[in-house]
Design a protein around this ligand. Structure first.
Ligand code: UD1
Length: 419
């Protein structure tokens, strides 16, 4: 298993190109199942998660061409409506093929998903949404078996909690349903707007994406389209924090501050200066040492759970005490003990972590536990004294494109150790 060796303590200067958003690309890719015409997707990041979904799509009969960051997908016919355990267990986003398969073919059998080990992560809301649209749903030996022989019908779907995946799934199924679907308490993440934009370019009729009420008027068929994936806001936030941890000044090309929501204010309060221009965002630390800031993770536009681990890493050496509350997932502080191995002073009580800033962390061997937590450990390593060895880098490869290249270009001492 590959490791990353990082020698910390060097300020970062230079430019990092922000890739297309993983969490958007994956859902847009699933939309290819809804039409027999070609969907061309630009700005797709080269990531293990993308490859995994491509494998699954190919298995469903999708023709795939991937050149540079441009992905061309065409599902002329659906070869199989079954998504096997082996291709779904590693990544939650693969589960979102269920809705499109059901909408187009009237049936689907999809394994219950896997993903990062950050909590229970059920899919009950996904299934309730599909059932509301008329699907008959059974669970059989770890598989969801869904049928809608007469097609799906528009429905009112009122989510009891905000779910990004379930909102996306409901939209993906509703676009080909008969009649209107109204989703209330919908998630408002930028990736949902991106997915809706792609579907609208394919001929779907969607109103309100980006607000908490989304209306979808079903159409009989969708056609091919071109779509450009928006820049990754989590990658943007993570590299902004890299400048906070290590010092220096970075230009994050393609980054958009409007996608970061509450994270902008939090990072500024912590002592980062973020300046947007039409092609990107410049970031630098204005203080000698970052300031401690309290944080609560929330659905967009609140501070994203996907940046919580990186923010905790930033706070380990901040001036003061930061209280971090994780409200989205119940088991998302696994990076805390790893940061502790590097000398961080963190106590965890349920969903709340208290981080007492220390002057400096010391490099140590640490274990990546999930995708975003791993990035937190990389950030901590960039600021620490001596060498940090991040084990289980495969987590990072799922979601951060060319991570070490991007950082090396800016002066970081970071190297992949193959193993
Ligand atoms: C979540 C995050 C998203 C992040 C992604 C990967 C939120 C609101 N969502 O999206 O920003 O990019 O993880 O880390 O911040 N839930 C249910 N039943 C369901 C679906 C979800 O109870 O059927 C619960 C989850 O356990 C969680 C909450 O709803 O507590 C939000 O989950 P959801 O947004 O669906 O998760 P993801 O789509 O994976």
């Amino acid at each position: 298993m590959d490791k990353l060796a990082i020698i910390g303590g060097r300020p970062l200067f230079g430019e990092i190109a922000i890739s297309g958003a993983k969490n958007s690309a994956l859902k847009v890719m699933a939309a290819s199942l809804l039409t027999d015409e070609t969907l061309t997707i630009f700005n797709v990041p080269r990531l293990a998660d993308v490859d995994m979904l491509l494998k699954l799509l190919a298995q469903h009969g999708v023709d795939v061409t991937f050149e540079g960051p441009t992905l061309t997908l065409q599902a002329r016919t659906i070869a199989s409506t079954e998504a096997p355990y082996d291709l779904v267990r590693k990544m939650r986003a693969t589960f979102n093929v269920l809705g499109p398969l059901l909408a187009r073919e009237g049936k689907a059998k999809v394994s219950l998903p896997g993903g990062c080990a950050i909590g229970a992560r059920p899919v009950d809301l996904h299934l309730k949404a599909l059932a509301a649209m008329g699907a008959k749903i059974d669970l059989d030996e770890g598989y969801v078996v869904a049928a809608a022989p007469q097609g799906l019908s528009g429905a009112r779907i009122d989510f009891p909690i905000v779910s990004v995946g379930a909102t996306e799934h409901a939209i993906l199924a509703a676009v080909l349903a008969k009649g209107e679907t109204v989703i209330s308490n919908a998630a408002r993440e930028p990736e949902i707007v991106d997915l809706a934009n792609c579907l609208m370019a394919m001929g779907a009729r969607i109103e309100g994406a980006g607000t908490s009420t989304i209306a979808v008027s079903g159409v009989p068929r969708l056609h091919g389209a071109h779509h450009t994936v928006l820049p990754d806001r989590i990658e943007t936030g993570a590299y902004a924090m890299a400048a906070g941890v290590a010092g220096g000044e970075l230009y994050l090309r393609h980054a958009r501050l409007d996608l970061l929501g509450a994270a902008v204010g939090v990072l500024e309060e912590a002592g980062l200066k973020l300046t947007a221009d039409p092609t990107g965002v410049r970031v630098r630390r204005t203080l000698d040492r970052c300031r401690a800031v309290n944080l609560v993770t929330q659905p967009f536009p609140g501070f994203p759970t996907d940046l919580q681990a990186q923010f905790m890493a930033l706070m380990t050496t901040a001036d003061g005490t930061s209280v971090i509350k994780e409200t989205i997932f119940e088991n998302r502080f696994m990076h805390a003990p790893e940061l502790g191995r590097m000398g961080a002073n963190i106590s965890v009580d349920g969903q709340t972590a208290t981080v007492r800033g220390v002057r400096r962390l010391k490099g140590a061997p640490v274990m990546a536990t999930d995708l975003r937590a791993s990035m937190g450990l990389v950030l901590a390593g960039l600021g620490a004294e001596g060498q940090t060895l991040v084990n289980r880098v495969y987590h990072l490869d799922r979601g951060f494109e060319r991570l070490e290249d991007k950082l090396v270009q800016c002066g970081a001492l970071i190297e992949r150790v193959r193993g």
